[in-house]
Design a protein around this ligand. Sequence first.
Ligand SMILES: *Cc1c(COP(=O)(O)O)cnc(C)c1O
Length: 220
Amino acid sequence: MLTNTIAGNIQQIRNTLPQGVELVAVSKFQPESAVMEAYGVGQRLFGESRPQELAAKWAALPRDIAWHMIGHLQTNKVRLIAPFVAMVESVDSLRLARVISDEAIRAGRVIDILLEVHVAREESKFGWNPATLENTLSAGEFDNLLGVRIRGVMGMASFTDDTNIIDGEFTKLKSIFDTIKQQYVPQIDVLSMGMSSDYPQAIVHGSTQVRIGSTIFGQR
Ligand SMILES: *Cc1c(COP(=O)(O)O)cnc(C)c1O
């Protein structure tokens, strides 16, 4: 935490964000009252990692909040959030993209998505392998998914104190974003990278959206 209050933390972070970098306040595991404290200083964009929690907060809180799904999403949970979610940042398979597209169409919507790419050292089941993603894009596999709009790329750096490793991973994410934009989806405009521990570095490397939880709300 930067200050003693959620409002103070948000304002302090905002003061450091360059123009064009959006703040997603990551409210997972935080009570609705914490969201409302952030809302009180004008925060309207929040991120959650669990579909049930996301749906419950959406139902209880003001309707002008934009909710981003940032955690792993199982296909059988998509229906819970499809009617309202502003963006799914964690799209890591074609199967998931297809289900989101189908559920969006059912709900009469088009849902913005980010493609989550795995660049960190930790073993993780989640996130595209960069080469697989490029092959999938070049094969035109997303072309007929009329219920989703690809807006960009999301990624996470390794959990480490070694800033060289983190720099390398953010550089890689930016280069994947640039390749996708130049070769496959020219309209993409979101590069979501940077969390509490590394967002200043992510911004240096071209992030347009930082996802910050504990620095705003304290420990979960
Ligand atoms: C929890 C989470 C964050 C925020 O992490 P903090 O370290 O609390 O800022 C960002 N992105 C994703 C995908 C998360 O799951």
